[in-house]
Design a protein around this ligand. Structure first.
Ligand code: SAM
Length: 290
């Protein structure tokens, strides 16, 4: 009888047996806390009719839980050295596919077709490598995959930025991108000692529930996100100053007036604008040919 992988004893045994050496550059911190896994699995809302895409399975602590909770698991791991280890520890589970790939270079629509065509819904469930959290999340959001939930462990500060409401220092373009597509919900805070090796930052599990429709309706999404990015280009600058990069200096007066017409004082900073206010501004800019 084997203990579950997410225990320090079993994790150390697997690492020793395979002579595995952690690579810090790949964000390798393996979860060894069963209660945290309970919270992740609960939040993911899986059952045998649903699939789970795991990003960065490591030595399989979360993969093992997903195998028991979901109908199908596809786990994408970049580190070649982990593939034979995963194949070994996952051999009792017939519903797990191990894919050796960099998630950022993976054709996800293709992966969906290959792995999940028989499943009612698919969620991403992962303890993410922290050095690429934002690019991974952006890829998942922008590729318009038929996703139900994204339940991920990230650095605590990143979780706070994803869930932030207007008005504080945490609110920025990541908050807006996430909230445009999803409803964020903080699941729990996780201390460093829940991992081997322990990272020196706190972590958090966040659930991003995919909205059926985006939070605000905009005719041109790419432009909307360009307006958001430009507005936050220099956080301490006013909205009119940041957006003048957009309108051109010559039309700054006009821009100022346009903002007032949108009900937005030009001296406000981007961090105080709601998703809807950005949509209103974006629309007005387009109508003014900016
Ligand atoms: N899921 C395991 C756990 O909870 O114990 C490991 C989590 S560890 C924080 C992150 C994992 O992501 C590592 O196994 C690392 O090798 C893998 N990884 C890093 N960059 C990746 C990438 N671009 N694509 C896929 N996997 C990646």
């Amino acid at each position: 009888f084997l203990k579950e992988i997410a225990t320090s004893g079993r994790t150390r045994d697997i690492i020793r047996k395979h002579g595995f050496k952690f690579k810090k550059s790949l964000g390798q911190n393996f979860l060894i806390n069963a209660e945290v896994l309970d919270r992740i699995i609960d939040a993911a809302g899986l059952d045998e009719t649903r699939g789970a895409l795991e990003i960065g399975p490591g030595i399989g602590s979360l993969t093992e839980r997903l195998a028991k909770a979901a109908g199908k698991v596809a786990a994408v791991e970049i580190d070649r050295r982990l593939i034979p280890i995963l194949q070994d520890v996952m051999s009792p589970y017939a519903n797990v596919s191990i894919v050796h790939s960099d998630i950022l270079k993976t054709d996800l629509l293709q992966l969906w077709k290959e792995q999940f065509s028989d499943y009612a819904g698919v969620s991403v469930v992962a303890n993410l490598p922290y050095y690429v959290t934002t690019p991974i999340i952006m890829k998942l959001l922008e590729e318009r995959l038929p996703l139900e939930n994204i339940v991920v462990m990230v650095q605590k500060e990143v979780a706070e930025r994803m869930a932030a409401k207007p008005g504080g220092k945490d609110y920025g373009s990541l908050s807006i991108a996430v909230q445009y597509y999803c409803e964020p919900e903080l699941v729990c805070i996780v201390p460093g000692k829940a991992f081997i090796p322990a990272p020196n930052v706190e972590s958090a599990v966040i659930k991003l529930k995919r909205r059926t429709e985006p939070a605000v309706s905009v005719p041109d999404e790419a432009k909307y996100f360009r307006v958001v990015q430009t507005s936050f280009a220099q956080r301490r600058k006013t909205i009119v100053n940041n957006l003048s990069a957009f309108s051109g200096k010559e039309r700054k007066g006009e821009l100022s007036e346009l903002l007032v017409q949108c009900g937005i004082q030009p001296e406000r900073r981007a961090e105080t604008l709601s998703l809807q206010e950005f949509a209103t501004v974006c629309d007005a800019l387009t109508k003014a040919g900016m």
